[in-house]
Design a protein around this ligand. Structure first.
Ligand code: FAD
Length: 367
């Protein structure tokens, strides 16, 4: 049995730790803050494989969606995952690109279809159809969204049932090596944890856990702003993608709002607040789609960063040069984590090379 340290307890670390512990490994999760306290706790968390190019990355995300669905049988239910699908339309100028994307998805066997205004009204009775105008509307039936912290907690709990240990408040600063082998990690407070293998699942902060810059992975993180309404009387029950304001339910009647171009107005060190003008703008945009919400102010705004390897694709696998050091860093981690958790455990615990990971090896950054 190998002694394995997993750094980070977001959706990735939780999934990896669960599958490694289930495979019989001696797993310790070291988490600086709390379970789901990083990007996973501030994520739009739409489970999908929309606009995921090239094809191997699309397939990887579809595998993630299927892995989420398969958890229902394994856990007797998945209270952290919400289905229902996605309704999507685009601005006039983006109609051709939208059609091309949806037709490509259909040709790849993805559940995507064109729906009529009457069907939109049936799916979302409170939506003001006038905001859609003549735009073509697509419906992706297998898309959904996740409560990532609930999911991460469930995976950590399952890992602990298989004997894994969880240490909160441990900020890893150094992956320690002897010769060309990992022997453990050193934490900020000076504590040392011995290990045969270290799996870095620290997301956007992956490089902060490693002193040796030769082991750093090039990241191109982007900043995201999410805005939340208070509970409102609104039918919204799908993930809505559109040029005005992306939105989805967030429990107890709250709506989660996001607009890509407004992300550019915030910085990693922005202190978000319900009163910030960007938050108000997102709520106004949501009201223009669902006028029945009535006048309402934002309840909360949150900012975090996406853990994106420089080329936009996942980085999953061993790091060359050091034996026993493995990376699992990716954007779309909410969608991908249940699949990647299993794939990583197959590689580490069972010595099986997973062909699905061939295009996503970290070594592409180290050669
Ligand atoms: C606005 C926004 C929208 C998004 N929308 C989607 C979406 O719709 N669909 C989708 O699939 N994905 C989406 N993502 C991406 C997704 O949320 C991330 O890919 C995913 O949450 C990454 O999970 P993770 O476990 O790798 O990282 P994190 O959740 O950040 O977990 C890393 C953990 O490591 C801990 N940590 C950090 N440094 C250390 C250290 N030195 N020592 C110990 N612990 C450490 C942190 O505290 C944290 O808990 C979105 C992200 C953002 C920001």
């Amino acid at each position: 049995m190998a002694k394995i340290i997993v750094i980070g307890a977001g959706v990735m670390g939780a999934s990896v730790a669960f599958r490694l512990a289930q495979a019989g490994e001696d797993v310790t999760i070291l988490e600086a803050v709390r379970v789901g306290g990083g990007t996973s706790g501030i994520s739009f968390a739409w489970t999908n494989s929309n606009h995921k190019l090239p094809r191997p990355y699309h397939d990887l995300n579809v595998a993630g969606m299927r892995a989420h669905a398969a958890l229902a049988e394994e856990f007797g239910g998945t209270p952290w995952w919400h289905g229902g699908g996605r309704i999507e339309w685009e601005a006039e100028a983006d109609q051709a690109a939208h059609k091309e994307n949806v037709e490509r998805l259909r040709s790849w066997g993805y559940a995507a279809e064109w729906i009529s205004p009457a069907q939109v009204a049936e799916l979302e009775p409170d939506l003001d159809l006038a905001v859609i105008g003549d735009a073509a509307v697509a419906y992706m039936a297998d898309d959904g969204w996740l409560d990532p912290v609930v999911y991460a907690h469930a995976m950590v709990s399952a890992a602990r049932r298989h004997g894994a240990k969880l240490e909160l408040g441990v900020r890893v600063r150094e992956v320690e090596t002897q010769g060309a082998r990992v022997v453990g990690v050193k934490a900020e407070d000076g504590r040392r944890f011995g290990a045969d293998m270290v799996v870095n699942c620290a997301g956007r902060w992956a490089n902060d856990a490693v002193l040796d810059s030769g082991l750093h992975i090039p990241l191109a993180p982007t900043v995201g702003l999410l805005v939340f309404t208070p509970p409102v009387a609104c039918s919204l029950s799908h993930v809505l993608g559109n040029p005005i304001c992306d939105m989805r339910p967030d429990g107890a009647g709250r709506l989660m709002l996001h607009v890509n171009e407004i992300d550019a107005k915030v910085a990693p060190d922005t202190t978000p607040g319900a009163g910030m003008p960007e938050a108000r703008e997102l709520v106004q945009r949501a009201i223009s789609i669902f006028p029945g919400i009535g006048p309402v102010e934002p309840e909360a705004a949150r900012v975090t960063q996406r853990p994106i390897p420089r080329d936009g694709l996942s980085a999953v696998g061993p790091v060359p040069r050091i034996e026993g050091y493995y990376l699992a860093i990716t954007h779309s981690g909410v969608t991908l984590s249940p699949f990647l958790g299993k794939a990583v455990a197959d590689e580490i615990a069972h010595g099986k090379q997973r062909p699905e990971l061939a295009s996503f090896r970290p070594e592409r950054f180290f050669n």
